[in-house]
Design a protein around this ligand. Structure first.
Ligand code: PEP
Length: 252
């Protein structure tokens, strides 16, 4: 039995204005009985425009909810129109920042070097990066899934003293937003590979938390989260439905 606290995070992507975001957090908190989720850590990751409202709600209502941001620049300030700097997020009491999500890698050109810089900046400002790694369908079919994840992990974590202080989300690209989930066996196998690689880089394999992400929903969360090397889930689409997300949290 692992001593790692299961961690369920909802990535809302580019959905919900700040009023809708407040509503969703309220709906979620009504559905989460503290007794059912005493052993689980839960975070929501709204768009930037909702961070301040959600932070106020969490603090005001003393909700047991972590707050995440979907991205951050690597510089502390500067002429980077449209970007958000890590100290700005830290000031908003942001706990987690997604780094290297496959949508950032494929649509915004975040390559391994950019991912490493963002990850370092997030950590420097006292927040925990959630590093997303995962292979495309082509790479999986070519038998290269582990090789790709190995490269992504080493590029992002190699320079760190304590690589296990990063949360890793193993998210096969072909499972994100497609309704197609990795089987619990496959997901567990890859999460175990992530843990082993973090160990090779110098991290504590028993401490690092490895989430699975890719079309997680209420109906499959229990099977996935019961596996020994899956420590939680990064949930996209299903995190926008308070009933579904609450059920996933209870499965943790
Ligand atoms: C994600 O955005 O990280 C994700 C896993 O999305 P979905 O759950 O919709 O596949």
């Amino acid at each position: 039995m692992s001593t790692r606290t299961p961690f369920i995070a909802g990535n809302w992507k580019m959905h919900l204005d700040h009023l809708e975001a407040i509503q969703l957090v309220q709906q979620l908190s009504y559905r989460l009985n503290p007794r059912d989720i005493a052993e689980v850590e839960i975070a929501v990751i709204p768009p930037f425009t909702a961070l301040r409202s959600i932070q106020t709600l969490i603090e005001g209502d003393k909700l047991e909810l972590g707050l995440g941001a979907q991205d951050a620049h690597w510089e502390d300030s500067g002429a980077y129109t449209g970007a958000v700097a890590p100290p700005m997020l830290a000031k908003l009491a942001v706990d987690y920042v997604l780094v290297g999500h496959s949508e950032r890698r494929s649509r915004f050109g975040d390559d391994d070097d950019v991912v490493a810089r963002k990850l370092g900046a997030v950590q420097r400002h006292g927040m925990i990066p959630i590093l997303c790694v995962g292979e495309t369908l082509e790479e999986r079919d070519a038998g290269r899934a582990e090789e790709v994840v190995d490269r992504q992990l080493r590029a992002a974590l190699a320079g760190l003293d304590r690589p296990h202080e990063v949360v890793i989300a193993y998210e096969p690209v072909w499972a994100i937003g497609t309704g197609r989930t990795a089987t619990p066996d496959d997901a567990d196998h890859m999460c175990a590979a992530v843990r082993r690689i973090v160990g090779e880089i110098g991290g504590d394999t028993q401490a690092v938390r490895v989430q699975y992400g890719g079309s997680v929903k209420a109906g499959n969360a229990g099977d996935l989260l019961a596996r020994p090397d899956i420590d939680g889930a990064l949930v996209g689409g299903a995190s926008l439905d308070p009933d579904g997300f609450a059920a996933i949290c209870r499965a943790g």
